[in-house]
Design a binder for this molecule. Sequence first.
Ligand SMILES: [Zn+2]
Ligand SMILES: [Zn+2]
Length: 330
Amino acid sequence: MVGTAASVPTAARGTSATMIARGGRRWLVDCGEGTQRQLMRSGLGLVDLDLVLLTHLHGDHYLGLPGLLKSYGLRDRERPLTVIGPRGLTALMTALRPVIGRVPFPLALQESDGGTVWAGEGARIEAVPTRHSVASLGYALVEDLRPGAFDPAAARALGVEEGPLWGRLQRGESVPGAGGAIVRPDQVMGPARPGRTIVFSGDTEPCDSLLEIARGATVLIHEATFLDEDRERARQTRHSTAREAAALAREADVGLLVLTHLSSRCMPRDVRAEAAAEFARIAIPRDFDQIEVPFPEKGPPELHPARAPAGPRAAQAAAEEPATVSAPDL
Ligand SMILES: [Zn+2]
Ligand SMILES: [Zn+2]
């Protein structure tokens, strides 16, 4: 989690940005102001992203992008970058062009109303329209089904010699077994195994499209800008309360609900208490915490807290943050 604050940064939380690290790929969901520096502070450094997914075009979700593109330009990046977002993305980037300056690498802008926005490498990214005060999208990273587990005992029983033949079976080839009989992969492999699904709500009121795409997700990263006592304000600004996010997570039966986009007006412990009344599997990360998402058969997703920053001032900042800024909710 690169930034977990709503609307405005605080001493302890940057504005919205979440990095997905999958294989050798690094993707970012939203890129709030200061994301570059957050990446450096997190120890990840200014990684070469392949993809930036913007949930909507409020400043606390994209203002980090001009600086990031500029830095990439200054270091002569050549690798292409794709930025995906809702309608209005191209117009916004055109308006920002004088700020960003020359972009010496291929930059593709992709506007979406929903549907598959990316596919490859055993996964796809689906966008769904959500319900915020401007055009907005939720995203789901959905991995393909994986081949079932290989059963060595079954292979031996069918007379398939251990070694390269086992590898061929696991790659989906039929091979000779006892007495030259053909052994098919489905005789020695278990049923196909699901991949992981990670869903990002962006800023939104509770909505059916998000509920549908979140059904059975391994992890749902959902905003929780308000507590239920401010539900009216949540409706006006088209956000969710912690209780609403947790109720959606319960209905979707997700593996883990990760609450983010926390307002400086709410204490994280109050957000947790309210959400916990609806749903048990909750994480409320601080900036730089990591969520490890193993394959389902390897165990549940888990929050790994970042190491505490050094120095008394940093420790103070990392403590439960006081309400420092009051701002209109984006
Ligand atoms: Zn926001
Ligand atoms: Zn917003």
